[in-house]
Ligand binder design. Structure first.
Ligand SMILES: [Ca+2]
Ligand SMILES: [Ca+2]
Length: 141
């Protein structure tokens, strides 16, 4: 896919996060979802290596229970307890780092993502307890 086409796809992909029901591109399940993580966003991906699906946030989220993770096409997965890789594409300037938590309401931090950083597999970035498929809230700090 050309650079221009990728940009167009990225733009058309972000819109359905807000406007449900609009036309959507074909499945992007095999794409590197970092390409769909726009400037200013913290993005959580469903599979390792930024694959599977993406949920993009400009702000804090205290509970992922009702959040969707989108494959770039028509498929919406539940975000809660699904995150396996992440990308902090937030703008420079505090708050621009991310704290991610095992439970809703910012309880039990499991990883920290500095601005401009990506993790291909979150289990490599948390403590002794596994954190893959555990995140349920996050906040900017
Ligand atoms: Ca996962
Ligand atoms: Ca959880």
């Amino acid at each position: 896919m050309s650079k221009l086409a990728r940009l167009a796809a990225a733009f058309s992909f972000l819109v359905p996060l807000v406007l449900v029901g609009t036309a959507q591109p074909a499945s992007a399940a095999y794409y590197d979802m970092r390409d769909y993580c726009g400037s200013g966003y913290y993005c959580a991906m469903g599979d390792a290596n930024w694959r599977g699906c993406i949920a993009a946030f400009v702000g804090n989220d205290a509970n992922y229970a009702n959040d969707g993770c989108y494959d770039g096409g028509a498929i919406r997965y539940e975000l809660d307890n699904r995150t396996s890789s992440v990308y902090n594409n937030g703008y420079v300037g505090a708050p621009d780092d991310i704290q991610s938590f095992r439970h809703p309401n910012y309880v039990e931090m499991i990883w920290f993502v500095p601005q401009g950083t990506w993790y291909s597999f979150v289990d490599n970035w948390c403590g002794a307890l596994p954190c893959n498929d555990q995140a349920s809230s996050h906040r900017w700090v």
